[in-house]
Design a protein around this ligand. Structure first.
Ligand code: FES
Length: 308
């Protein structure tokens, strides 16, 4: 019996999330906010907020502290005894302090998202902002001796943060914000050497496009004849690196300006947190060939790894 024809489709929650993704009403506000966040003079701190040194976004890591402390505070709030009155406010306060760097990392990532993700991200941020406000009110109420009110506000805060967390999960896993968009390259490209094309056909110092096992590959021939090859789709959000500029041995992504080193794919500048899959190359009888680098070792003369 064919039961799949009658299996229910997406439920109301998923439909509501998809409506948020497609709702353009707040796009003007989003554009303005994103410009403002991008214009902040953060310098190297911006890459720290993105999590580039970690190799993945910092925001999911940083939110562990406020979520953990606030949840613990609520558990204490539900228990009898004096520990609740002394320890729970401390946990709420620690969570409020830790929410600041977590939010800063989230806003930095959010400013680089395409419209559908940015819409979900804005609602995620609004839910979490409501959570922060409720926890701040909870702390204030407790400080004034209004314990019951403080506990109720904390419970409401936890609900708001829970809704924000659910939206964050949708953003990360359904909409792939923060995911490595080049991760599949290692699964698609077979081991060994693959032909790229006649070396002389690649222009010197300019980006060109080739294919290896059906994967688009950016190819750059340097002045000394060395051929460089990286997976073409940017690890950040899939931007076409072959349409980017070549700068000082690196390629600049045309979408959000991540900078990848051509020799080993290291993400010298974010917002990309994952390096770009890179190939070692050789030229045999005029034919350029490429082999995917699967293991990196620490780079001796600069930041990031080098090919093994
Ligand atoms: S797609 Fe965002 S930096 Fe490349």
């Amino acid at each position: 019996m064919d039961t799949h024809r009658t299996t229910p489709g997406p439920g109301p929650l998923l439909c509501a999330l998809e409506r948020i993704e497609q709702a353009p009403q707040a796009d003007t506000l989003i554009d303005g906010l994103r410009k403002g966040v991008r214009a902040l003079p953060l310098g190297p701190a911006r890459d720290l907020l993105h999590g580039r040194p970690l190799g993945h976004p910092a925001h999911p890591l940083l939110v562990q502290v406020p979520i953990g402390t606030w949840l613990s505070a609520t558990v204490l709030d539900l228990l009898p005894g004096r520990a609740r009155r002394t320890a729970a406010p401390v946990l709420v306060g620690v969570g409020l302090a830790a929410a600041a760097p977590a939010a800063a990392a989230g806003w930095a990532d959010w400013a680089e998202l395409p419209p559908e993700q940015a819409r979900t991200g804005l609602v995620h941020a609004l839910a979490n902002t409501a959570g922060v406000a409720l926890y701040a009110a909870s702390l204030y109420a407790r400080a004034r001796g209004r314990d019951l009110r403080g506990r109720a506000l904390a419970l409401a805060g936890l609900a708001a943060v829970g809704a924000g967390g659910a939206l964050g999960g949708h953003l990360a896993f359904r909409q792939a914000a923060g995911a490595n968009h080049a991760e599949q390259v290692g699964h698609r490209v077979g081991d060994g050497w693959h032909p790229l094309g006649p070396a002389a056909a690649f222009p010197v110092g300019r980006a060109a496009l080739a294919q290896v096992d059906g994967v688009d590959v950016l190819v750059v021939r340097e002045e000394d004849g060395t051929v460089r090859a990286l997976a073409d789709r940017c690890s950040h959000m899939g931007g076409p690196l072959s349409e980017g500029g070549i700068e000082d041995g690196c390629v600049r992504c045309p979408w959000h300006r991540s900078l990848f080193r051509l020799s080993d794919g290291w993400n010298v500048e974010g917002p990309a947190t994952a390096p770009q899959p890179a190939f070692e190359t050789r030229v045999v009888e005029g034919l350029a060939e490429a082999r995917l680098i699967r293991v990196h070792r620490p780079h001796r003369h600069g930041r990031g790894p080098a090919a093994a």
